[in-house]
Design a protein around this ligand. Structure first.
Ligand SMILES: [Zn+2]
Ligand SMILES: [Zn+2]
Length: 398
Protein backbone atom coordinates (compact mmCIF):
# COMPACT_ATOMS: atom_id res chain seq x y z
CA UNK A 1 0.00 0.00 0.00
CA UNK A 2 2.49 2.60 1.00
CA UNK A 3 4.88 3.11 -1.80
CA UNK A 4 6.02 6.63 -2.40
CA UNK A 5 7.95 7.57 -5.44
CA UNK A 6 10.53 9.42 -3.46
CA UNK A 7 12.90 11.35 -5.59
CA UNK A 8 14.60 14.44 -4.28
CA UNK A 9 12.56 17.59 -4.50
CA UNK A 10 12.63 19.71 -7.59
CA UNK A 11 10.53 22.88 -7.59
CA UNK A 12 9.86 22.52 -11.32
CA UNK A 13 8.98 18.90 -11.15
CA UNK A 14 5.25 19.36 -10.73
CA UNK A 15 4.91 21.27 -14.00
CA UNK A 16 6.73 18.65 -16.04
CA UNK A 17 4.88 15.56 -17.23
CA UNK A 18 6.42 12.55 -15.59
CA UNK A 19 6.77 9.25 -17.40
CA UNK A 20 4.69 6.49 -15.92
CA UNK A 21 6.64 4.08 -13.77
CA UNK A 22 5.97 0.42 -14.40
CA UNK A 23 4.49 0.00 -10.91
CA UNK A 24 1.86 2.58 -11.93
CA UNK A 25 0.70 0.80 -15.08
CA UNK A 26 -2.88 -0.33 -14.82
CA UNK A 27 -3.56 -4.00 -14.42
CA UNK A 28 -3.28 -6.02 -17.60
CA UNK A 29 -5.64 -8.97 -18.06
CA UNK A 30 -2.82 -10.98 -19.52
CA UNK A 31 -1.55 -14.01 -17.60
CA UNK A 32 2.14 -14.62 -18.19
CA UNK A 33 4.29 -17.55 -17.15
CA UNK A 34 7.30 -15.60 -15.93
CA UNK A 35 9.29 -18.69 -14.93
CA UNK A 36 8.44 -22.37 -15.31
CA UNK A 37 5.34 -23.00 -13.20
CA UNK A 38 5.04 -19.38 -12.04
CA UNK A 39 2.25 -17.16 -13.36
CA UNK A 40 2.07 -13.40 -13.10
CA UNK A 41 -1.53 -12.18 -12.80
CA UNK A 42 -2.14 -8.46 -12.35
CA UNK A 43 -5.00 -7.20 -10.21
CA UNK A 44 -6.29 -3.64 -10.25
CA UNK A 45 -5.71 -1.53 -7.16
CA UNK A 46 -7.13 1.81 -6.22
CA UNK A 47 -4.33 3.21 -4.20
CA UNK A 48 -2.38 6.36 -4.86
CA UNK A 49 0.82 5.90 -6.85
CA UNK A 50 0.25 2.29 -7.86
CA UNK A 51 -1.67 0.79 -10.77
CA UNK A 52 -1.72 -2.91 -10.07
CA UNK A 53 -0.53 -5.59 -7.72
CA UNK A 54 1.02 -8.80 -9.01
CA UNK A 55 -0.66 -11.95 -7.80
CA UNK A 56 1.71 -14.80 -8.53
CA UNK A 57 0.37 -18.28 -9.12
CA UNK A 58 2.66 -21.17 -8.28
CA UNK A 59 1.45 -24.26 -10.13
CA UNK A 60 1.88 -27.82 -8.99
CA UNK A 61 0.13 -31.18 -9.26
CA UNK A 62 -2.25 -30.28 -6.44
CA UNK A 63 -3.40 -27.03 -7.99
CA UNK A 64 -2.26 -23.52 -7.32
CA UNK A 65 -0.63 -21.49 -4.58
CA UNK A 66 -1.16 -17.75 -4.92
CA UNK A 67 0.96 -14.96 -3.53
CA UNK A 68 -0.72 -11.64 -2.64
CA UNK A 69 -4.30 -11.91 -3.94
CA UNK A 70 -4.96 -8.17 -3.96
CA UNK A 71 -7.43 -5.79 -2.38
CA UNK A 72 -10.74 -6.70 -0.79
CA UNK A 73 -13.90 -5.86 -2.64
CA UNK A 74 -15.95 -7.04 -5.59
CA UNK A 75 -13.96 -5.52 -8.44
CA UNK A 76 -10.66 -7.02 -7.41
CA UNK A 77 -12.40 -10.33 -6.69
CA UNK A 78 -13.91 -10.32 -10.16
CA UNK A 79 -10.49 -9.75 -11.71
CA UNK A 80 -8.98 -12.44 -9.54
CA UNK A 81 -11.53 -14.99 -10.70
CA UNK A 82 -11.14 -13.97 -14.30
CA UNK A 83 -7.33 -14.28 -14.11
CA UNK A 84 -7.67 -17.73 -12.60
CA UNK A 85 -10.04 -18.72 -15.40
CA UNK A 86 -7.59 -17.45 -18.00
CA UNK A 87 -4.92 -19.55 -16.32
CA UNK A 88 -7.20 -22.59 -16.39
CA UNK A 89 -8.02 -22.68 -12.69
CA UNK A 90 -11.03 -22.30 -10.45
CA UNK A 91 -11.09 -20.75 -7.01
CA UNK A 92 -11.27 -24.19 -5.41
CA UNK A 93 -8.01 -25.20 -7.12
CA UNK A 94 -6.15 -22.78 -4.88
CA UNK A 95 -4.65 -24.79 -2.04
CA UNK A 96 -2.38 -22.14 -0.55
CA UNK A 97 -2.53 -18.38 -0.14
CA UNK A 98 0.66 -16.57 0.80
CA UNK A 99 0.68 -12.99 2.00
CA UNK A 100 3.98 -11.11 1.82
CA UNK A 101 3.01 -8.39 4.29
CA UNK A 102 0.26 -6.54 6.08
CA UNK A 103 -0.75 -4.01 3.45
CA UNK A 104 -4.28 -4.24 2.06
CA UNK A 105 -3.27 -4.56 -1.60
CA UNK A 106 -1.50 -7.76 -0.58
CA UNK A 107 -3.74 -9.37 2.00
CA UNK A 108 -7.12 -7.80 1.27
CA UNK A 109 -8.66 -10.76 -0.55
CA UNK A 110 -6.62 -13.41 1.23
CA UNK A 111 -9.24 -14.24 3.84
CA UNK A 112 -12.05 -14.63 1.34
CA UNK A 113 -9.93 -16.64 -1.07
CA UNK A 114 -8.64 -18.99 1.61
CA UNK A 115 -12.17 -19.49 2.90
CA UNK A 116 -13.84 -20.10 -0.44
CA UNK A 117 -11.04 -22.33 -1.68
CA UNK A 118 -10.53 -24.13 1.61
CA UNK A 119 -6.86 -23.17 1.32
CA UNK A 120 -4.19 -22.73 3.92
CA UNK A 121 -3.09 -19.14 4.51
CA UNK A 122 0.56 -18.41 5.13
CA UNK A 123 2.09 -15.22 6.51
CA UNK A 124 4.99 -14.20 8.71
CA UNK A 125 4.69 -14.70 12.44
CA UNK A 126 4.41 -10.97 13.03
CA UNK A 127 1.64 -10.56 10.43
CA UNK A 128 -1.23 -8.46 11.55
CA UNK A 129 -3.57 -5.86 10.19
CA UNK A 130 -4.89 -2.60 11.47
CA UNK A 131 -8.36 -4.08 11.66
CA UNK A 132 -7.28 -6.67 14.15
CA UNK A 133 -5.62 -3.98 16.14
CA UNK A 134 -8.56 -1.63 15.89
CA UNK A 135 -10.92 -4.26 17.21
CA UNK A 136 -8.59 -4.49 20.20
CA UNK A 137 -11.30 -6.15 22.24
CA UNK A 138 -8.96 -8.21 24.33
CA UNK A 139 -6.20 -5.67 24.69
CA UNK A 140 -6.12 -2.63 26.91
CA UNK A 141 -4.62 0.51 25.43
CA UNK A 142 -1.64 0.23 27.77
CA UNK A 143 -1.09 -3.42 26.92
CA UNK A 144 -1.29 -2.70 23.20
CA UNK A 145 1.17 0.12 23.63
CA UNK A 146 3.57 -2.08 25.57
CA UNK A 147 3.45 -4.85 22.99
CA UNK A 148 3.89 -2.39 20.21
CA UNK A 149 6.88 -0.80 21.89
CA UNK A 150 8.38 -4.23 22.34
CA UNK A 151 7.84 -4.99 18.66
CA UNK A 152 9.43 -1.75 17.60
CA UNK A 153 12.44 -2.32 19.81
CA UNK A 154 12.86 -5.82 18.53
CA UNK A 155 12.65 -4.57 14.99
CA UNK A 156 15.25 -1.91 15.70
CA UNK A 157 17.62 -4.52 17.07
CA UNK A 158 17.04 -6.79 14.13
CA UNK A 159 20.06 -7.06 11.87
CA UNK A 160 20.06 -9.00 8.67
CA UNK A 161 21.65 -12.33 9.31
CA UNK A 162 24.65 -13.39 7.31
CA UNK A 163 24.07 -16.23 4.93
CA UNK A 164 25.98 -18.78 6.94
CA UNK A 165 23.60 -18.13 9.78
CA UNK A 166 20.54 -18.77 7.72
CA UNK A 167 19.80 -22.34 8.74
CA UNK A 168 19.89 -21.62 12.45
CA UNK A 169 17.92 -18.40 12.43
CA UNK A 170 14.79 -19.88 13.86
CA UNK A 171 16.34 -20.55 17.20
CA UNK A 172 18.92 -17.94 17.89
CA UNK A 173 18.98 -14.22 17.36
CA UNK A 174 15.47 -13.92 16.13
CA UNK A 175 13.59 -15.89 18.69
CA UNK A 176 12.61 -12.66 20.36
CA UNK A 177 11.30 -11.20 17.15
CA UNK A 178 9.24 -14.29 16.54
CA UNK A 179 7.52 -13.75 19.85
CA UNK A 180 5.83 -10.75 18.38
CA UNK A 181 2.21 -11.56 18.06
CA UNK A 182 -0.51 -10.29 15.84
CA UNK A 183 -1.59 -7.57 18.23
CA UNK A 184 1.64 -5.69 18.11
CA UNK A 185 1.98 -4.00 14.84
CA UNK A 186 0.60 -0.58 14.29
CA UNK A 187 -0.71 1.02 11.20
CA UNK A 188 2.32 2.27 9.39
CA UNK A 189 0.51 5.51 8.68
CA UNK A 190 -0.94 6.95 11.83
CA UNK A 191 -3.96 8.80 10.50
CA UNK A 192 -6.05 10.70 12.91
CA UNK A 193 -3.83 9.88 15.85
CA UNK A 194 -0.89 11.55 17.49
CA UNK A 195 2.18 10.93 15.42
CA UNK A 196 5.27 9.54 17.13
CA UNK A 197 7.11 12.71 16.12
CA UNK A 198 4.70 14.86 18.02
CA UNK A 199 2.30 17.65 17.50
CA UNK A 200 -1.42 17.59 17.57
CA UNK A 201 -3.53 14.97 15.90
CA UNK A 202 -2.58 14.49 12.34
CA UNK A 203 -5.10 15.74 9.81
CA UNK A 204 -7.45 13.21 8.32
CA UNK A 205 -6.12 11.18 5.45
CA UNK A 206 -6.65 12.49 1.95
CA UNK A 207 -9.99 11.61 0.43
CA UNK A 208 -8.88 8.55 -1.49
CA UNK A 209 -7.32 7.06 1.61
CA UNK A 210 -10.32 7.93 3.71
CA UNK A 211 -12.52 6.17 1.20
CA UNK A 212 -10.16 3.28 1.16
CA UNK A 213 -10.33 2.88 4.91
CA UNK A 214 -14.10 3.10 4.96
CA UNK A 215 -14.30 0.57 2.18
CA UNK A 216 -11.91 -1.72 3.98
CA UNK A 217 -14.11 -1.73 7.04
CA UNK A 218 -17.15 -2.53 4.96
CA UNK A 219 -15.65 -5.07 2.69
CA UNK A 220 -13.66 -7.57 4.51
CA UNK A 221 -12.72 -9.35 7.64
CA UNK A 222 -8.99 -9.59 8.12
CA UNK A 223 -7.38 -12.89 7.29
CA UNK A 224 -6.30 -15.27 9.98
CA UNK A 225 -3.21 -17.17 8.87
CA UNK A 226 -3.37 -20.93 9.31
CA UNK A 227 0.40 -21.12 9.17
CA UNK A 228 2.81 -18.49 10.41
CA UNK A 229 6.35 -18.83 9.14
CA UNK A 230 9.64 -17.44 10.33
CA UNK A 231 12.90 -16.56 8.72
CA UNK A 232 14.35 -19.69 7.15
CA UNK A 233 11.10 -21.69 7.10
CA UNK A 234 11.00 -24.04 4.11
CA UNK A 235 7.96 -24.00 1.80
CA UNK A 236 7.42 -26.50 -0.97
CA UNK A 237 5.33 -24.89 -3.72
CA UNK A 238 5.19 -25.23 -7.50
CA UNK A 239 7.59 -28.14 -7.27
CA UNK A 240 10.18 -25.79 -5.85
CA UNK A 241 11.82 -25.51 -2.48
CA UNK A 242 11.35 -21.98 -1.19
CA UNK A 243 12.86 -20.40 1.87
CA UNK A 244 10.98 -17.70 3.74
CA UNK A 245 13.22 -14.66 4.10
CA UNK A 246 12.06 -12.24 6.76
CA UNK A 247 12.70 -8.71 5.52
CA UNK A 248 11.43 -6.13 8.04
CA UNK A 249 11.67 -2.50 6.94
CA UNK A 250 8.77 -1.72 4.60
CA UNK A 251 6.70 -3.44 7.25
CA UNK A 252 7.78 -5.41 10.28
CA UNK A 253 6.25 -8.62 8.96
CA UNK A 254 7.52 -8.50 5.38
CA UNK A 255 8.44 -11.81 3.77
CA UNK A 256 10.30 -12.63 0.59
CA UNK A 257 10.36 -16.15 -0.85
CA UNK A 258 13.62 -17.47 -2.22
CA UNK A 259 14.13 -20.47 -4.47
CA UNK A 260 17.86 -20.94 -4.38
CA UNK A 261 18.00 -23.82 -6.83
CA UNK A 262 16.42 -21.81 -9.64
CA UNK A 263 17.58 -18.40 -8.49
CA UNK A 264 14.16 -16.82 -8.02
CA UNK A 265 13.21 -14.23 -5.45
CA UNK A 266 9.59 -13.26 -4.85
CA UNK A 267 10.44 -9.85 -3.49
CA UNK A 268 7.05 -8.44 -2.45
CA UNK A 269 7.37 -4.72 -1.72
CA UNK A 270 10.86 -5.15 -0.27
CA UNK A 271 12.60 -4.63 -3.61
CA UNK A 272 10.63 -2.99 -6.42
CA UNK A 273 11.98 -2.45 -9.95
CA UNK A 274 11.69 1.33 -10.29
CA UNK A 275 10.15 2.91 -7.21
CA UNK A 276 11.58 3.07 -3.74
CA UNK A 277 9.51 1.19 -1.19
CA UNK A 278 8.24 3.31 1.65
CA UNK A 279 9.92 2.92 5.03
CA UNK A 280 7.80 4.19 7.88
CA UNK A 281 9.35 5.46 11.07
CA UNK A 282 7.22 4.70 14.06
CA UNK A 283 7.81 4.96 17.78
CA UNK A 284 11.35 4.63 18.96
CA UNK A 285 12.67 2.02 16.53
CA UNK A 286 15.06 2.30 13.64
CA UNK A 287 13.07 0.82 10.76
CA UNK A 288 15.61 2.09 8.27
CA UNK A 289 18.39 0.02 9.85
CA UNK A 290 16.24 -3.08 9.56
CA UNK A 291 15.42 -2.19 5.99
CA UNK A 292 19.02 -1.53 4.94
CA UNK A 293 20.22 -4.69 6.68
CA UNK A 294 17.60 -6.88 5.04
CA UNK A 295 18.27 -5.25 1.66
CA UNK A 296 21.87 -6.39 2.10
CA UNK A 297 20.59 -9.81 2.99
CA UNK A 298 18.56 -10.28 -0.19
CA UNK A 299 21.23 -8.55 -2.29
CA UNK A 300 23.69 -11.21 -1.13
CA UNK A 301 21.47 -14.25 -1.68
CA UNK A 302 23.44 -16.54 -3.96
CA UNK A 303 22.48 -17.10 -7.58
CA UNK A 304 19.41 -14.88 -7.80
CA UNK A 305 18.58 -14.59 -11.50
CA UNK A 306 15.06 -13.25 -11.36
CA UNK A 307 13.24 -10.88 -9.03
CA UNK A 308 9.45 -11.11 -9.01
CA UNK A 309 8.12 -7.94 -7.37
CA UNK A 310 4.63 -7.24 -6.07
CA UNK A 311 4.34 -4.22 -8.36
CA UNK A 312 5.99 -3.77 -11.76
CA UNK A 313 7.69 -6.20 -14.11
CA UNK A 314 10.03 -9.09 -13.36
CA UNK A 315 13.63 -7.87 -13.20
CA UNK A 316 16.92 -9.65 -13.39
CA UNK A 317 19.40 -7.59 -11.41
CA UNK A 318 18.26 -7.90 -7.81
CA UNK A 319 21.66 -6.95 -6.32
CA UNK A 320 21.82 -3.91 -8.62
CA UNK A 321 18.37 -2.79 -7.56
CA UNK A 322 19.29 -3.30 -3.90
CA UNK A 323 22.31 -1.05 -4.38
CA UNK A 324 20.20 1.60 -6.11
CA UNK A 325 17.62 1.63 -3.31
CA UNK A 326 20.33 1.84 -0.68
CA UNK A 327 22.01 4.68 -2.56
CA UNK A 328 18.70 6.48 -2.66
CA UNK A 329 18.42 6.25 1.13
CA UNK A 330 22.00 7.37 1.68
CA UNK A 331 21.42 10.34 -0.63
CA UNK A 332 18.18 11.16 1.14
CA UNK A 333 19.96 10.98 4.46
CA UNK A 334 22.71 13.29 3.25
CA UNK A 335 20.18 15.73 1.84
CA UNK A 336 18.35 15.69 5.13
CA UNK A 337 21.58 16.27 7.03
CA UNK A 338 22.46 19.20 4.80
CA UNK A 339 18.98 20.66 5.10
CA UNK A 340 19.11 20.35 8.84
CA UNK A 341 22.51 22.00 9.01
CA UNK A 342 21.23 24.81 6.80
CA UNK A 343 17.97 25.58 8.62
CA UNK A 344 18.99 24.59 12.13
CA UNK A 345 16.69 23.03 14.66
CA UNK A 346 13.46 21.87 13.06
CA UNK A 347 10.66 19.39 13.54
CA UNK A 348 9.87 16.41 11.33
CA UNK A 349 7.20 18.17 9.30
CA UNK A 350 9.47 21.06 8.39
CA UNK A 351 12.35 18.75 7.53
CA UNK A 352 10.12 16.55 5.38
CA UNK A 353 9.29 19.64 3.33
CA UNK A 354 13.00 20.15 2.72
CA UNK A 355 13.55 16.72 1.20
CA UNK A 356 10.26 15.77 -0.45
CA UNK A 357 8.65 17.50 -3.42
CA UNK A 358 5.46 19.29 -2.47
CA UNK A 359 3.18 16.78 -4.16
CA UNK A 360 4.38 14.16 -1.63
CA UNK A 361 3.99 16.29 1.51
CA UNK A 362 1.94 14.63 4.17
CA UNK A 363 2.05 11.93 6.72
CA UNK A 364 3.88 9.38 4.55
CA UNK A 365 6.68 11.79 3.71
CA UNK A 366 6.84 12.71 7.38
CA UNK A 367 7.02 9.14 8.57
CA UNK A 368 9.81 8.36 6.13
CA UNK A 369 11.67 11.52 7.16
CA UNK A 370 11.19 10.43 10.75
CA UNK A 371 12.72 7.03 9.91
CA UNK A 372 15.73 8.77 8.38
CA UNK A 373 16.12 11.18 11.27
CA UNK A 374 15.97 8.38 13.80
CA UNK A 375 18.61 6.54 11.81
CA UNK A 376 20.84 9.64 11.80
CA UNK A 377 20.30 10.11 15.51
CA UNK A 378 21.15 6.53 16.30
CA UNK A 379 24.29 6.83 14.24
CA UNK A 380 25.33 9.89 16.25
CA UNK A 381 24.77 12.22 13.30
CA UNK A 382 21.83 14.12 14.73
CA UNK A 383 20.50 15.28 18.06
CA UNK A 384 16.90 15.09 19.13
CA UNK A 385 14.89 16.63 21.88
CA UNK A 386 11.31 17.17 22.78
CA UNK A 387 9.40 20.33 23.48
CA UNK A 388 5.68 20.33 24.27
CA UNK A 389 5.32 16.87 22.81
CA UNK A 390 7.03 17.68 19.52
CA UNK A 391 10.34 16.14 18.51
CA UNK A 392 13.01 18.47 17.17
CA UNK A 393 16.15 17.45 15.34
CA UNK A 394 19.45 19.02 14.52
CA UNK A 395 22.15 17.37 12.45
CA UNK A 396 25.70 17.30 13.71
CA UNK A 397 28.36 18.80 11.45
CA UNK A 398 30.52 16.04 10.00
ZN1 LIG B 1 2.35 -3.06 -2.23
ZN1 LIG C 1 3.40 -2.63 0.98
Amino acid sequence: MTDVSSRPGDPHEASRPRPKKQEQESASAEVVEVAPGILRMQLPIWMPGLGHVNMYGLMDDDGLAVVDPGLPGPSSWKSLKSRLTTAGYKVRDVHTVIVTHSHPDHFGAAGRLAKEAGAQLIAHKAFTTWSLQRKGATLSEAEAERLEQQAIEEAARYRGPSLDELPSLDDDDHAALDEITSETQRLSVPWGGTTPWGGSKHPDPPLSRKMMMRAMRLLFSPPDPTRRVRHGSPLRLAGREWTAIHTPGHTLDHLCLYDQEHGILLSGDHVLPTITPHVAGSGQGDALSSYLATLDLVGALPDVQLGLPAHGHPFDDVPGRVTAIKDHHFERMEKLREASLAIGTADVVELSHQVFPERHWGVMAESETFAHLEHLRRSGDAERWEEHGVLYYRAQPA
